[in-house]
Design a protein around this ligand. Structure first.
Ligand code: SAH
Ligand code: SF4
Length: 339
């Protein structure tokens, strides 16, 4: 059995592990500081940790170096896509996205995705495997090195975060830990295709991360065709869970709605969406479907603007997302590790 990677542990878990080794749990803070804040790479030489504790940790845990970023591709608009490869050859892509004077990191929660949405390149890959907490935080570290500083993190890369939730939660804990990366949970957004039990957990829990839900479409039959998970977690039930979440947390949710040219971007579709989300404190992100290579039609672009206007007129904060990184397949739903 290989020794477990110490970077898969949250600080409370590390405290418990230290106690089990007969060491002081409080040394976990110094270990975190050495590993995450100062980037020290050897368990036997962690600064600020007593030699006996270091030796105990080195006996129980490992901290193998991650492979260097395999590929970095830069887009004309400043978007950068990094390809990392983890144990067993599992690829994970993460993206640094430029905004108005700010940079965001878009992280993957899984290598591939089991959900199989027909319009999504990651979905077409299938699930290779879920990523470990250390493999998620390693993407953050790679994006941070690339960007210098980050203003927000979105879990909108490859995979369905709520189907790898235990590991994503641990990664969030390590990223936000004041001895870890000290990156505020309020600046993180987790996006889901609508895994209801986890939406309920978030509603009842303490995490401060923001929630984004991929409605994709407002017509039930169309969504059922596009999103296989809809069979298990149907649109109306997802929206009901979101409504309860917003009420319980006094929070706003982000809805992602994909504009499929000529299929769900009419005035009637906008009215249907408004009806569906009525009364929910939300912001709608309209994402014109990214199709590798093919340019959006002019009529489609006009319908997208009109769709946005209708939502805004009804009092819903709505952003029409301009495609970022389209020329390097780093746009939403295009992450497929070069496939
Ligand atoms: N699995 C989660 C997190 C991945 S986020 C989720 O689905 O929410 C990926 C986002 O990109 C989702 O909002 C998804 O609906 C969107 N997306 C996927 N394929 C797309 C495409 N071809 N064009 C535009 N958006 C797409
Ligand atoms: Fe998975 Fe999200 Fe892509 Fe659907 S859209 S296949 S849930 S990553």
């Amino acid at each position: 059995m290989p020794k477990p990677d110490i970077r898969d542990l949250t600080r409370p878990e590390l405290e418990a592990a230290l106690a089990a080794l007969g060491e002081k749990p409080s040394h976990a803070a110094a270990v975190f500081g050495a590993v995450y804040r100062r980037g020290q790479a050897s368990l036997g030489a962690l600064e600020g940790v007593p030699p006996r504790t270091r030796a105990a940790l080195a006996g129980a845990f490992s901290m193998p170096a991650f492979s260097p970023v395999e590929k970095t591709v830069s887009s004309r608009d400043g978007t950068k896509k990094l390809l990392l490869r983890f144990a067993g050859g599992a690829p994970a892509e993460c993206v640094v996205l430029p905004g108005k004077g700010r940079l965001s990191a878009c992280l993957s929660s899984q290598s591939g995705c089991a959900c199989g949405c027909s319009f999504c390149a990651t979905g077409r890959l299938g699930l290779l495997r879920s990523l470990r907490p250390s493999e998620i935080t390693a993407q953050f570290a790679a994006c941070l090195r690339e960007a210098g500083a980050l203003s927000s993190v979105v879990f909108m890369g490859m995979g369905e975060p709520f189907l790898n939730w235990e590991n994503v939660k641990k990664a969030i804990s390590i990223l936000s830990d004041d001895r870890g990366y000290h990156f505020s949970q309020g600046k993180m957004t987790v996006s889901t295709v609508g895994i209801i039990p986890v939406i309920k957990e978030l509603a009842a829990g303490e995490l401060k991360v923001k929630l984004a839900v991929s409605l994709v479409a407002s017509d039930e039959a169309l969504r059922a065709r596009l999103v296989p998970m809809d069979a298990k977690y149907p649109l109306r039930e997802v929206v009901r869970a979101v409504r309860d979440y917003c009420r319980a947390r006094q929070a706003q949710v982000f809805f992602e709605y994909i504009l499929f040219d000529g299929r769900n971007d009419s005035a009637a579709d906008a009215a249907k969406l408004l009806e569906l989300i009525k009364g929910i404190s939300c912001r709608v992100n309209l994402i014109p479907q990214n199709t590798a290579g093919a340019a959006a039609s002019q009529a489609g672009a006009a319908r997208a603007k009109d769709f946005q206007k209708r939502l805004i007129a009804a009092g819903v904060r709505t952003y029409l997302r301009l495609e970022k990184g389209g020329d390097i397949s780093a746009a939403c739903g295009q992450l497929a590790a070069g496939n």
